[in-house]
Design a protein around this ligand. Sequence first.
Ligand code: HEC
Length: 204
Amino acid sequence: MTSGTAFAARAALSATVLALTGLFVSAGHAHAEPLPPDSDLVVSARAISMELGGTLKARLEAALKEGGPQAALGVCKTAAPEIAAQVSERFGGTVGRTALKVRNPKNAPDAFETDVLKRFVEEASAGADVTKLEHAEIFEADGVRTFRYMKAIPMAAAPCAVCHGQAVAPDLMQSIRDLYPEDQATGFSPGDIRGAFTILKPLP
Ligand code: HEC
């Protein structure tokens, strides 16, 4: 990546932070304070997101190799929430995944996550590097402080397209619909934003 692109991505990110902060400052007793990308909380949130992503990807790739997409689907259904729960416990907060179009309705975004996801999509279409898009803030409402962090998850050709791409095999699509009747998470192309890691951590 050139430094020009890095600068553009950073500028886009600051714009995101500012716009979202504006939203919350005006919301009664609530207040959001953006965090710099090199603060300890943000660095650890970024690391735990990458760890969750890396662990899931390794499990998926192993399952795909061993039993093919049908078997991997089952692994994903049980392993994804399990791995997220383990990582959450270690982080002392809630670490999960969300998206504007979800497969599992349990991963559906709340209003805040929807705003950030939409902003990520705008930044990406304006040329920002999807692998760098993140949002971090300390949100305070009625004296309770919470760290909130999101990091975009880019869609990749392998291994993601098998189950989220434009041409999911018909028999696999049927199994997906059986497990997730409300599935919305197909039709993505490499480079799209598939979703985001999302973290909440209560602060003392
Ligand atoms: C074998 C099929 C399969 C492959 C390959 C796969 N996924 Fe998924 N994906 C799933 C299933 C099943 C779920 C729902 C998991 C659950 O129930 O929480 C899911 C959920 C997700 C979610 C959470 C939001 C939602 O839609 O519920 C994201 C984000 C996601 N996948 C991204 C990816 C990315 C990025 C890749 C490539 C690295 C990938 N997936 C590869 C099957 C797959």
